[in-house]
Design a protein around this ligand. Structure first.
Ligand code: SF4
Length: 229
């Protein structure tokens, strides 16, 4: 499994995929990330120490992802992240957190003593599809409510049951109402939530131009950031 990469386009940064405890939320219907999670804290910290040792401070930004939330990292791993930020004098950290952590984001910024851009898995701004089908557990009612907490939504396209209109609205929102967003084209996994190949093909043909939009990062495959497997 690749756990370190350098992203050179759009938002140049080093990215690490750290190992973590199981996601504190853990109920998203489309998620099978748990394979990389562990409850062996010593092992987690050992892996993370090795992964973070790759970081060189090439740009001013580091991204930490961990098949869950940054809050799911053991405290010694968080201390290693803080140390890495200090040693390489990063100005900015990208990290992920679920809606349940919305009132703890500032505490994490203070703890790691760095400006954190918090991404969050929104998947879609269509409330019913997000909550009833995807079981996201992020029951915000409006874009403004989400923006009170989070900087950057991650949305998902190409899921069976999703409609073109839902996707068009989601793209319109991330294009026009956020300074950064990630669009994940959904890939088959072990869950009951299936991709829709025709919808994916339509999206590719209709929205390939998003690759040229500076503040949107499009993952046509879920390893496009060069980490994971
Ligand atoms: S919040 Fe992320 S890691 Fe946790 S269950 Fe949902 S998709 Fe999976």
């Amino acid at each position: 499994m690749e756990r370190y990469n350098i992203i050179t386009e759009k938002f140049p940064r080093e990215i690490v995929l750290l190992k973590s405890k199981p996601c504190s939320y853990g109920k998203c219907a489309f998620c099978d990330y748990i394979d990389d999670n562990s409850t062996n804290v010593a092992k987690i910290n050992q892996v993370n120490q090795e992964v973070l040792a790759n970081v060189k401070g090439i740009y001013n930004t580091l991204e930490v992802i961990n098949s869950g939330n940054i809050f799911d990292l053991p405290k010694d791993s968080l201390a290693l992240v803080k140390e890495t930020v200090e040693i390489h004098q990063f100005d900015k950290l990208f990290a992920e957190a679920h809606w349940i952590f919305r009132n703890h984001l500032t505490k994490m910024r203070n703890r790691l003593d760095v400006d954190i851009m918090f991404k969050t898995g929104v998947e879609t701004f269509d409330y019913d599809f997000r909550e009833k089908v995807l079981k996201k557990g992020a029951p915000f009612q409006s874009v403004d409510e989400l923006k009170q907490y989070f900087d950057s939504p991650c949305i998902m396209v190409g899921v069976k049951g999703q409609t073109k209109d839902m996707i068009k609205r989601d793209i319109d929102i991330v294009l026009n109402q956020f300074n950064h967003a990630t669009v994940n084209v959904y890939c088959e996994n072990t869950t009951a939530i299936k991709p829709d190949p025709q919808l994916k093909e339509w999206f590719y043909n209709e929205y390939k131009w998003l690759d040229d939009i500076k503040h949107l990062e499009i993952l046509w495959n879920n390893t496009d950031f060069g980490v994971g497997d």
